[in-house]
Design a protein around this ligand. Structure first.
Ligand code: ZN
Length: 492
């Protein structure tokens, strides 16, 4: 191999010519020359070789540790890797360019290789916005910066470098770290107003007017979360005909600047002097017996028998339970068939829709049986119930207004027989019902009595209650569309 290379070298034309032209003919001289050439060739081939595995230049992410991928060294086909000396330090805490030197020495020959390690930061900084949900603003408010923080993996706190661009609907925050990694985020500012205004009526919610006397508006106040004063925006729809007895609604309507609509109703009853309307206004001492939750197969029949025998008419707030025949009998015997709800489950208060679905369900039942549509209703639990809070906050506030807009009249009570409450556990249940009713009767007001025709002890107390009332000069009435609504305070 070596000889072959030598002879190839010797065939090199230039050298040959050079030797020829200098007329070097002596053999020793030629030999000496050949030795020089050979030693030159050997020395050329005799430098150790280093090859590094992997790339010559490596980008190392800041925070990571460099792991050398290795190297190989050989000297005249012999592995001398273990003789390589590796030098070089990387400061992982500082971005920069570092060198790793691989060095091997063989005789007088030294071979070096360099690998470049660049510690780089490619990670973007992070901007954290302080957001206390104050970015939901009324349309007429201005956003006040709540603050922010910017942090970078390498530069640490760079909050002071953040640039803020303020637009009406959004703020843009941007920041760049020392390695030009840039981040930009936006804060959305929502100008929303979903809250309805409130109209508070001054004076009576139910007004009684003698025929021909003028209706005098008692006024109102308004409240709104965004708009300061909406009083001038209130529209009043007044259809009161002072010359025609009847019950009218005065509708108050206001929209805030975001378009949220709110309504309130004042009821005006125009009555003829000395007429039924007048007496219905002055119904002091009148007893309205009302029976909820029926009809019930085992109790309602007897209750109807007693009412018939005593010559008294009452009001039944029915459900979808019990036989149709009993609702038919109630109607045919002149009682008022009114609406409770179909299911009587309190989950009807989940939404306006679920409530009405249930109400119209029982309404359809009554219409099918009696042929008459009833607009007289009683909320399960009364309008003051708080159990509805479990299903939807504010549902009762919404419903008491809405049912009236739909033409319903709702009736709570001011005397509770407590037959669905404490009397159910009393030792003498009938006596408990009797006492609750008779001791609370008053001649200075309407007596709206809540009872349940589903209870046998109510049935058993009924005749005594009626007899007591009669003996004490009370009169009985059944609810009709002219009966003033008896309303409890709404808590939800
Ligand atoms: Zn009920």
């Amino acid at each position: 191999m070596k000889k072959l290379r030598v002879s190839r070298q010797l065939k090199n034309k230039d050298i040959y010519d050079d030797i020829k032209s200098k007329k070097i003919n002596s053999i020793p001289l030629i030999l000496e020359f050949i030795i020089i050439i050979i030693s030159l060739i050997i020395s050329n081939y005799s430098s150790p070789k280093i090859s590094i595995i992997g790339n010559d230049t490596i980008n190392l992410d800041y925070g990571k540790t460099y792991i050398d991928q290795g190297y190989k060294a050989e000297y005249i086909n012999k592995d001398i890797t273990n003789q390589v000396k590796v030098k070089g330090k990387i400061n992982y805490k500082k971005i920069g360019t570092y060198k790793i030197e691989y060095k091997v020495k063989k005789g007088m020959h030294v071979t070096k290789k360099i690998r470049i390690i660049k510690v780089v930061d490619k990670e973007k900084p992070v901007i954290n916005l302080i957001d206390n949900n104050k970015s939901n603003l009324c349309p007429n408010q201005q956003y006040i910066e709540e603050g922010y923080k910017a942090f970078d993996n390498y530069d640490k706190d760079i909050t002071n470098n953040v640039k803020v661009i303020k637009n009406k609907d959004y703020y843009t925050y941007s920041v760049e770290d020392s390695s030009n990694n840039k981040v930009e985020i936006t804060r959305k500012i929502n100008y929303i107003d979903k809250e309805k205004p409130i109209i508070n009526l001054i004076g009576q919610k139910t007004v009684y007017l003698e025929k021909n006397s003028p209706y005098i508006e008692q006024g109102f106040t308004t409240e709104d979360n965004c708009d300061k004063d909406l009083n001038n925006q209130v529209e009043i729809e007044n259809n009161v005909n002072k010359d025609k007895p009847g019950t009218y609604n005065i509708l108050y309507r206001v929209k805030d600047s975001a378009g949220n609509l709110s309504e309130n109703i004042r009821e005006v009853t125009v009555y003829e002097k000395g007429s039924y309307m007048n007496t219905s206004y002055n119904q002091n001492g009148v007893i309205y017996l009302t029976f909820d939750d029926g009809p019930n197969e085992s109790t309602t029949n007897t209750i109807l028998d007693i009412l018939k025998e005593e010559g008294i008419q009452a009001t039944f707030f029915v459900t979808n339970y019990g036989p149709d025949s009993l609702i038919k009998r109630e109607y045919e015997e002149g009682h008022t068939v009114a609406l409770h709800t179909a299911s009587h489950y309190f989950n009807i208060y989940k939404s306006k829709e679920t409530y009405y679905e249930d109400l119209y369900n029982v309404s359809n039942r009554v219409r099918k049986i009696t042929g008459v549509e009833s607009k007289i209703i009683r909320f399960p639990g009364g309008s003051s119930n708080t159990i509805s809070k479990k299903y939807k906050l504010g549902i009762m506030t919404e419903l008491v207004k809405d049912v009236q807009l739909r033409g319903f009249r709702y009736y709570d009570w001011n005397i509770d027989a407590n037959d669905a409450g404490t009397c159910a556990n009393a030792s003498n249940k009938s006596n408990c019902v009797y006492k609750n009713v008779t001791t609370n009767l008053s001649k200075n007001r309407i007596n709206m009595v809540l009872m349940h025709d589903t209870r046998y002890y109510t049935r058993d107390a009924l005749r005594d209650i009626i007899r007591y009332a009669k003996a004490n000069g009370y009169k009985f009435g059944k609810i009709n569309m002219d009966t003033p609504m008896v309303k409890q305070r709404v808590f939800n």
